[in-house]
Structure formats: C-alpha cells, structure tokens
Write a protein that binds this ligand. Structure first.
Ligand code: FAD
Length: 299
C-alpha cells in the first residue's frame, strides 16, 4: 500500500479499520454510526471478521455487501478454512467476487473445540491458510489477499522459523500484505520484521493496533491469542475498573504513543482493531496526522 505525501513532504500513514459483523439490529445501527464517523478518514480498506468456525458467514457477507453498496470504502472480507469443505469456501469466495469484493483476508482459523486445543482441518477442506490463498489467487487473480502475521509467533508454531516459513508459504501463494496479531511492545514487532525480511519476505507487514477500551476484557481476549500484556501496561489501568472515562483517556494515550513511535521508526501502515467503536480510533488517527477527506497534517 502506498501512502500519499502530505503538504509538508511527510508521508501520511495509510490506515485500515477492522469491524466485526453485528448480531442485533441495535448493534448494526451502532456499527453504521461508527463506519460513518470513520469513513471520512479515507482508510485504504475496512475489513469485516468471520466468526469462529464460520458462524457469521451470512452476517459477514451482508455487512460487506452493505459497505460496498452504501459507501465508497473498499471492503475486505475475512474468511477461514475451519469446519468447511473446499466447495463451501469456494462458494463464499465466488459470492464475494460476484458482488464486486476484491479483497479477502484469508485465514486458517481457530479449532472449533477452542483456542489452545489441537487443530484438525476438515477432511475435504483447505489444509492450510496457504492452500486457501493459492486457491483464491488461482481462480481470481484480481482479488487482493491479505494474511495474518504473529510478532510473538503463533502459539501453535514450534519456533519463529516454523512461524515465518508459514508466512513465506502464504506469500508464495500470492498474499500481498500481512496484518499482525495485536502486540504492545514495539520491539517485538521490529525484531519480527527483521526476521521476516531476512527470510526474503518483502510484503508490507502492517501492525494491528488495538485500543484497549475495556482493559480487563481485552487482556483476557488477547492473552488467549498469544499476545503478551506487559506489566507496565497493566499498571497503567490499575485501579480504573470502575472508571470508564479515565480508562478511555489512558487507552487512547497508550495506543497513540504506540503508533507514534512506530511511525517515527518508519512504519507507514496501520490496521486498527476498532471493536466497532469509533472514538479512540478517530483520535489516534488524528494524532497520526490523518484528517477527514484526505486533508493532511504532518504527524
Ligand atoms: P496460519 O497463518 O495458517 O498459521 C499461523 C501459525 O500457526 C503458522 O506460523 C503455523 O506455523 C502455525 N500452525 C498452523 N497450523 C499448525 C498446525 N497444525 N501445527 C503446528 N503449527 C501450525 N479468526 C477468525 O476466526 N476470524 C477472523 O476473522 C480472524 N481474523 C484475524 C485477522 C488477523 C489480522 C489475525 C492476526 C488473526 C485473525 N483471526 C481470525 C485469528 C486466526 O484465525 C487464528 O490466529 C488462528 O489460530 C490461525 O489462523 P491463521 O490464518 O493466522 O494461521
């Protein structure tokens, strides 16, 4: 992804936003307020997740279709291989292509028996995420495929070499960008990036940034996915369990500090896990120099 240059010569970071498909009408109404608030920031794309085990197949599709028909945003549909035959998954991809979707975030997914349990691919399904990427690119070369990356390595990977081999396989299969799992220590990201580049992988590895609206809840969630929550971060939220307002200010400060440090070290792309909330992400984007409708400020 390329970032346009601002009026003072600095590059404006390119951003993308991730949403989850709403479950109820009220949640849908809320999501659309969020999308309408964030859309003027002209993200490169907005992605919509695919519920564990494919549980949101229809809701992901309808959210993506609505974004396509009601906004100028570029939607990216997440898709996993879990608990589905190749034919089922090919059908999902074909439907996306038919309505005009040209960006898919292709993933293996978590075992239906829960994170941490052994993963078993569907016997008639795609065996790895790289197989899924290859299949999409073979049938639809015009679909841009994004994949995942793990600065702390995926919990199932034996070591970093195995982890980066898996990323390499996805890139060789045609992935053009990776988005990282959430991380809070920027050094982990830079060390990982060094390893990735040393392996000859040259696609953008976009940091996935999660503003922690609800620290306790988010900590449980990200820890299960293998992300380390440093003690300095937990300390910042200590004593704020009943103080949502201050938590929000702290969360914005922490995430803004993280992205500004990454930007200072040359990072030009950011993917925000929005949790379907606009306020913090809007503020953090603003601090990165991003203004509505392409107006730009030096960060
Ligand atoms: P892969 O990239 O295929 O593999 C990840 C690592 O695990 C590799 O390093 C590989 O070495 C190792 N590995 C894989 N399989 C095995 C195995 N059998 N034995 C040993 N090691 C193995 N989940 C959802 O359900 N829906 C989503 O929408 C979604 N979106 C995501 C978006 C991003 C940006 C990220 C980072 C994750 C997302 N996930 C989502 C979570 C993801 O599905 C899980 O992390 C899952 O466990 C791995 O899927 P993957 O495609 O990242 O795995």
């Amino acid at each position: 992804t390329s970032a346009p240059t601002g009026s003072q010569g600095q590059k404006r970071p390119a951003i993308s936003f991730e949403f989850f498909p709403p479950k109820t009408e009220e949640m849908e109404h809320n999501l659309w307020e969020v999308i309408n608030r964030l859309a003027p920031l002209t993200p490169n794309f907005v992605s919509v997740t695919y519920g564990a085990g494919g549980s949101t197949r229809e809701r992901t599709h309808s959210t993506i279709a609505r974004i396509l028909s009601e906004t100028k945003l570029t939607p990216a549909a997440h898709l996993t291989c879990v608990a589905a035959t190749k034919a089922d998954i090919d059908d999902v991809v074909a439907r996306y292509h038919e309505v005009g979707v040209r960006h898919i975030v292709a993933l293996r997914g978590d075992p239906t028996t829960g994170i941490g349990t052994a993963y078993a691919a569907h016997p008639d399904g795609y065996q790895t995420s790289a197989d899924l990427v290859a299949s999409i690119k073979k049938r639809y070369p015009d679909i841009d495929v994004t994949v995942s990356a793990y600065p702390e390595k995926h919990p199932e990977s034996a070591d970093f070499d195995a982890d980066i081999d898996a990323l390499k396989a996805k890139v060789d299969a045609g992935a053009s960008r990776a988005i990282t799992q959430v991380f809070f220590d920027n050094d982990l990201y830079f060390r990982y990036l060094d390893r990735v580049r040393a392996r000859g992988i040259d696609i953008p590895v976009v940091p996935g940034i999660m503003p922690m609206h609800n620290f306790k809840q988010a900590r449980n969630f990200v820890t299960r996915a293998g992300t380390t929550v440093p003690s300095w971060l937990a300390d910042k939220f200590e004593g704020l369990d009943d103080d949502a307002e201050t938590r929000k200010l702290v969360a914005a400060t922490v995430a803004a500090g993280q992205v500004q440090k990454l930007a200072k070290h040359g990072v030009e792309n950011f993917h925000f896990y929005t949790m379907n909330r606009a306020d913090l992400v809007f503020a953090i984007s603003h601090l990165l120099g991003i203004r509505p409708n392409g107006a730009q400020k030096a960060a």
